[in-house]
Ligand binder design. Structure first.
Ligand code: NAD
Length: 470
């Protein structure tokens, strides 16, 4: 008997296999969950396919009511879910509560939307309708940094649009999502929402499956490319939300403590494991030393500990592989620049890395050029805004970016020259269900969130009627 079961065809079932989930703060197994075999993955797709015609024919208001109910159940159980989330993912409990509040809010917003079908001409000669029809079975593939939020970013719009869905969790964070499978079983007709887990081997089966119409993927750019190529044979509809290497550009006229707090918070949320985290800060020469010192002070004040302990502000890295990867970046950072805060691996169980500020680095250093996905912030000195924009834009990524200044207009002028799907002024990672999100270049294909994101879960059909009988 496992602690958390799969949801396939409206039933909570054991897996043909099992998966141990490690608590990254202790390195101990915190739960054993059901893990799907290939046969069970096929069963999940078949259940979703069988449920599709009935669900697509269900009135929008009923589909919206079901999604609102899921939001209710998540809100009612937020504390229990947050403890599971922290135990498997590592983020401090208040951040886990934040992920649950976000998840609830996104679902509630989706419950107010519908596909943007509309009439573009209606006169004596013609009636032309643009209809947004559901696609069929969606495969939702989810990473480990915001496992529940990202799963619901897919479930909500997919089912509102009339599709059915198979969610595949990340192997290291399956538990919270399987837990909400219990609510989905009570709320949705059998097969509309299916949730399976794997040990990193079932993705290709789903993304190449002939009965899957669309893949909604969030994860690394490398995996995104594999998915695009695997789905090519069946010309899958794809939404790929991929990696980022967001820059924060700090102009010379900022209030240093306020800018430092904003940049540091956006660099270390979820121990830096956020697609839209600040991963490099470019600071004007005239305030460089002061800004570095302010960031270093904040890093020293951080409380790095088990996310379940009260007062913790930064938890462990989520899994051993990521821990080893970020340790490699830390070594590179030490060689490339000067570490002025953090830089240590606490001598204890768990995948902990102190928040680290590294100064005197340049854009070509690996710690700046690549997505480190950890609590290390490289700070780069600049004096010429055109040159810094060339460096900021001179990367394959383009997910987010921000400009910080005491003069909003001046900041906006710089911000609009950043080539990324989201650009912020005097803030970073301000996302919401009504705000579309997308990536330039290797940061993604397609749009998530808001009406634009919902419409990506549909097939557009134009009904073009000549009024004249023949
Ligand atoms: P990952 O690409 O390693 O894994 C993501 C998911 O893909 C997992 O469920 C994994 O099992 C599955 N997968 C692995 N190989 C697959 C294959 N060949 N076919 C299909 N599925 C496969 O990513 P991760 O390490 O879990 O997450 C971190 C990355 O995700 C970072 O690069 C981060 O920037 C990115 N991310 C992006 C966003 C966004 O919205 N743009 C949000 C969160 C995370």
């Amino acid at each position: 008997m496992t602690d958390f079961k799969l949801l396939i065809g409206g039933e909570l079932v054991e897996g043909d296999l099992t998966l141990d989930v490690v608590n990254p703060a202790t390195e101990a197994v915190f739960a054993t969950v059901a893990r799907a075999s290939e046969k069970q993955a096929h069963q999940a797709v078949a259940a979703a396919k069988a449920a599709f015609p009935g669900w697509a024919a269900t009135p929008l208001a009923d589909r919206q009511a079901a999604v609102a109910k899921l939001a209710d159940r998540i809100a009612e159980n937020a504390e229990e879910l947050a403890r599971i989330l922290t135990s498997e993912q590592g983020k401090p409990l208040p951040e886990a509560m934040g992920e649950l509040a976000w998840t609830e809010g996104y679902l509630r917003h989706y419950a107010t939307l519908g596909p943007s079908s509309h009439v573009i001409q209606d006169d004596d000669a013609f009636r032309i309708e643009v209809r947004r029809e559901p696609l069929g079975v969606v495969a939702g593939i989810v990473p480990w940094n915001f496992p529940l939020l990202v799963a619901c970013w897919k479930i909500g719009p997919a089912v509102i649009a009339g599709n059915t869905i198979v969610i595949k969790t990340s192997p290291t964070t399956p538990a919270t999502t399987l837990k909400i499978g219990e609510y989905c079983r009570d709320i949705f007709p059998a097969g509309v929402v299916n949730i399976i887990t794997d040990n990193n081997e079932l993705g290709p089966l789903l993304t190449g499956h002939p009965d899957v119409a669309k893949v909604s993927f969030t994860g690394s750019t490398e995996t995104g490319k594999k998915i695009a190529s695997n789905g090519a044979n069946t010309l899958k509809r794809l939404t790929l939300e991929l990696g980022g290497n967001d820059a924060a550009i700090v102009l010379d006229d900022v209030n240093i403590p306020a800018a430092a707090a904003g940049v540091f918070g956006a660099a270390t949320l979820n121990a830096g494991q956020v697609c839209l985290a600040v991963k490099r800060a470019y600071v004007h020469d005239s305030i460089y030393d002061e800004m570095c010192d302010a960031l270093a002070d904040l890093a020293r004040q951080a409380v790095v500990d088990d996310g379940l302990k009260q007062g913790t502000t930064i938890g462990p890295l989520q899994n051993r592989m990521q821990f080893e990867k970020v340790k490699g970046f830390l070594e590179d950072a030490k060689a490339a620049g000067k570490v002025i805060a953090g830089g240590n691996i606490p001598d204890r169980e768990g995948y902990f890395i102190e928040p680290t500020i590294v100064r005197d680095v340049k854009s070509s250093d690996r710690i700046v050029a690549e997505e480190q996905f950890g609590p290390i912030l490289p700070v780069i000195r600049y004096s010429d805004i055109d040159a810094v924009l060339a460096e900021v834009n001179g990367t394959d990524y383009g997910l987010g970016g921000s400009v910080w200044s005491g003069n909003v207009e001046r900041a906006v002028e710089v911000a609009t020259r950043i080539e990324s799907g989201s650009v912020w002024v005097n803030q970073h990672i301000n996302i919401g269900p009504h705000i579309p999100m997308s990536g330039y270049k290797s940061s993604g294909v397609g749009i998530e969130q808001a009406q634009e994101g919902l419409d990506e879960f549909t097939q557009m059909r134009v009904i073009n009627i000549a009024r004249q009988p023949v």
